[in-house]
Design a binder for this molecule. Structure first.
Ligand SMILES: [Zn+2]
Length: 241
């Protein structure tokens, strides 16, 4: 039923959209995921589901709040469902046989994201993974998701520096936590384990070559490069246009 919205799991949106959150479904089939996202008893949903063959299912209208992010935090705000559009990308996920996302699926995700970005004012740094906004609970869409290719297509940020390997850097925990906070992560858990959890989330998005949970050379290189992208004033803000 093209054009129909399938899920009853939504309510009123309390604030304008300024964030885009990507997920994988993490279930054994696309249909199982759609059934769950449309089940009133499950109380979960997303705005879209993108199947592996590129089919896009519309579950909830963008002007309404879908229930995809749960307990979440990004750049000082909680409850990201209020302000975000959620895309569920079909993949069995780490629990059921995580596998590469097919090209047809990524093409469909790219087209859909372009359309969403044309409709809403969403800064590139607010295009994030579910694991970025809920790092202690979630791993999706995970390290196989082609964030670099999406950034090359104008969707999100990519810190374009070569991976510098897994040797230990000399960054202090304070410096690492500060960088992660500037990017948007919730750094309120100051424990060593809490920092490792955040580093895993950062790596799944921006350093997929090494999911180490440590502030190794490659990770701090990407952290620095991402901070530079965030710090660069836009041309109009700098009065250049
Ligand atoms: Zn998710």
């Amino acid at each position: 039923m093209p054009g129909a919205f399938l899920s009853p799991n939504y309510d009123a949106r309390p604030a304008p959209v300024d964030t885009l959150i990507l997920h994988y479904t993490g279930m054994q089939s696309a249909q199982a995921a759609i059934d769950r996202l449309c089940d009133p008893a499950a109380k979960v949903s997303s705005h879209y589901v993108v199947d592996e063959d590129g089919t896009v299912h519309s579950l909830v209208p963008e002007n309404l709040r879908a229930w995809h992010a749960g307990i979440s935090f990004w750049r000082g705000r909680r409850t990201l469902n209020d302000v975000s559009i959620g895309l569920e990308i079909v993949n069995p996920g780490h629990a059921w046989g995580y596998r590469p996302f097919p090209a047809a699926q990524i093409d469909a995700v790219t087209t859909l994201c372009h359309a969403i970005l044309a409709r809403h004012d969403i800064p590139a740094r607010n295009i994030v993974a579910h694991s970025d906004v809920a790092p202690d609970r979630k791993q999706d869409p995970g390290e196989l998701f082609p964030w670099q290719a999406l950034a090359a297509a104008g969707i999100g940020l990519w810190p374009a520096v070569p991976d510098a390997g897994t040797g230990d850097s000399d960054w202090t925990a304070f410096a690492v936590r500060s960088a992660l906070e500037t990017i948007g992560y919730d750094v309120s858990d100051a424990s060593e384990a809490g920092l490792a959890t955040l580093l895993l989330a950062f790596q799944r998005h921006w350093r997929p070559e090494g999911i180490t949970g440590r502030a190794d050379f490659g990770t701090v290189g990407r952290l620095e490069a991402l901070l530079r992208l965030i710090d660069e004033p836009k041309a109009d803000e700098a009065g250049l246009v």
